[in-house]
Design a binder for this molecule. Structure first.
Ligand code: FAD
Length: 505
């Protein structure tokens, strides 16, 4: 069978390994870190466990799909539950709102707390679903770099409904128009941050994101064993199928040879100088660093690689020695000046009053904290890393502001309850996962052309080289990374089909 080498065991690298193995290839994965998962890894501080990155799971069906493809029953290896309350929102003026997953319950709660008619909220969610129905299958589930994608009835239908996509308005303008009430506009605007964008610049089309959380057949889910368990369960599946993993084995170069018009990938040179030959290479490493570090002599798609990055994050992982029953799994403490928060991010810095997200996985995974305690993942949006930023100074003043804000809004002390702590800033995120500039979601979606300007799932410069993961099409976030592996496998099957002779030995 063809031999395929995969660089990186992030969620997309794992999904790619499973799919390509099932297509009949011999698959080996080279991962620089000690375990699988990349951004989906785990951090242990004393008796407290934290997911390093993702805390919100949407569309778990893309994970189930991998077990089903392998002929396994998903629920036997990977279990999850839908949350009734997706997020608990708090504003400085004392307003509190529990966003229920059920659209009707959510809309009624909005009407009760904010006075916006439930019908208007439901219509807004419906409009988000319509946008997703019109564009989702084309833009998120298919390669945009294959002519066949554009010759479908779905694209034809979407073209007749262009006026419904809000392409000429920003996300914020759409929410102002449709919802009006300031708290609710802010709540819906926040969905732009789900792919690291700015609601005051991102196109109105992104209002479909709300539908992923509040759609009748969608929602927020919590996996048994916490978020890092997702990576471990996929690693288990890949291993059962016969994928070979090499941990603590960074790749130093993609080997190529001259072949016709373009060079062809022939294997990998590892950091220990060993060379391993492959017929095809898949990079799950950030596409920018793949080019800069592993292919220094090959031509690069400079315009695509220079695209604006998504935002990054400043994260405080706090082991807290007491319980805060007033908090839920996901909690948001909004900034009083949301435009100012995004202006600061665009200027490469942090504002004085950032929106604070607190996620407590111990609410559903008791192993994550000792009895009576809680594991707080406290995140604020941060600009992508740039040389002029002074992170130690920014962390020091922001930590103080965050503690003061939480104490003020919770009406009780927090400072003394923090018994374990770690802090990640954009430079830490870049160093740990080799994500260019610490971007959480690859390139930003701040302009209308963003979807078209992401790197394709194959290389136009090196034959036999493919890409998956948050830095390439269709973008970052766990569901899209899983889709990137699916699209990459389909693209590979069209360009150089695999034999389809799966043999698990
Ligand atoms: P990554 O996770 O980036 O993994 C790439 C892997 O490649 C790493 O393991 C790295 O070690 C390895 N690697 C890199 N270079 C080499 C090399 N030269 N040799 C060998 N191995 C190499 N998404 C959500 O859906 N919900 C959320 O709530 C959410 N929150 C987030 C919060 C944070 C703080 C972060 C950082 C991300 C968040 N995301 C969230 C985004 C999500 O985590 C990512 O989109 C996704 O995990 C990226 O997966 P990936 O497959 O692109 O690879």
């Amino acid at each position: 069978p063809p031999r395929i080498g995969i660089i990186g065991a992030g969620i997309a690298g794992l999904a790619a390994a499973i799919r390509l193995r099932l297509e009949g290839a011999h698959v080996e994965v080279f991962e620089a870190g000690e375990t699988a998962g990349g951004k989906l890894g785990e951090l242990v501080l004393g008796e407290y466990r934290f997911g390093i990155g993702p805390s919100l799971l949407t569309m778990p069906e893309y994970i189930d799909e991998l077990f089903e493809l392998a002929g396994e029953v998903p629920g036997e290896h990977f279990r999850y539950q839908r949350l009734d309350t997706v997020c608990r929102y708090a504003w400085e003026d004392g307003t509190r709102l529990d966003a229920r997953a059920d659209p009707q319950a959510f809309a009624e709660e909005v009407e009760r707390v904010l006075g916006v008619p439930a019908q208007r909220v439901l219509a807004t969610l419906d409009h988000g679903r319509e946008k997703y129905d019109l564009t989702g299958r084309t833009f998120l589930e298919k390669s945009l770099h294959t002519p066949g994608t554009w010759l479908t009835s779905e694209v034809g239908h979407a073209l007749t409904r262009l006026h419904r996509l809000d392409l000429t308005r920003t996300l914020h303008e759409v929410h102002q128009r449709d919802l009006g009430e300031p708290h609710l506009v802010q709540l819906f605007d926040r969905f732009a941050t789900y792919n690291g964008s700015n609601p005051y610049r991102a196109p109105g089309l992104l209002s479909m994101i709300a539908h992923f959380e509040h759609g009748a057949d969608a929602g927020a889910f919590v996996p048994e064993g916490g978020m890092p368990a997702i990576a471990q369960t996929l690693y288990g599946l890949a291993s059962r199928l016969g994928v070979i993993f090499h941990f603590e084995t960074p790749v130093a170069e993609i080997l190529t040879r001259k072949a016709g018009r373009r060079p062809r990938a022939t294997g990998l040179r590892l950091a220990n100088d060993r060379e391993v030959l492959f017929d095809r290479i898949v990079s799950n490493m950030d596409v920018f660093f793949t080019h800069e570090r592993l292919l220094p002599h090959a031509p690069a798609p400079k315009r695509v690689l220079a695209r604006e990055k998504s935002t990054s994050a400043l994260i405080f992982y706090w082991g807290v020695d007491r319980s805060f029953p007033e908090l839920d799994v996901h909690n948001i403490f909004f900034s009083e000046d949301y435009p100012g928060e995004f202006e600061a991010l665009e200027a490469g810095t942090l504002c004085d009053d950032p929106t604070v997200y607190v996620s407590i996985s111990a609410r559903y995974d008791r192993r994550a904290a000792p009895a009576g305690g809680e594991n707080w993942f406290v995140m604020i949006n941060a600009p992508f890393a740039a040389p002029e930023q002074d992170w130690p100074a920014l962390i020091e003043c922001t930590r103080e502001r965050v503690i003061q804000k939480l104490e003020r809004m919770l009406g009780r002390g927090l400072r003394d309850a923090i018994v374990e702590e770690a802090v990640f800033d954009p430079t830490t995120i870049e160093a740990r996962t080799l994500s260019h500039r610490g971007a959480l979601y690859g390139t930003s979606s701040n302009d209308r052309m963003a979807a078209f300007m992401r790197h394709p799932n194959y290389s136009r410069h090196v034959d036999g080289l493919y890409f998956c993961g948050g830095s390439v099409h269709p973008g970052g976030g766990l569901p899209l990374c899983l889709l990137s592996a699916r699209i990459m496998t389909e693209v590979m099957a069209r360009r150089e089909p695999l034999p389809h002779t799966f043999d698990a030995k």
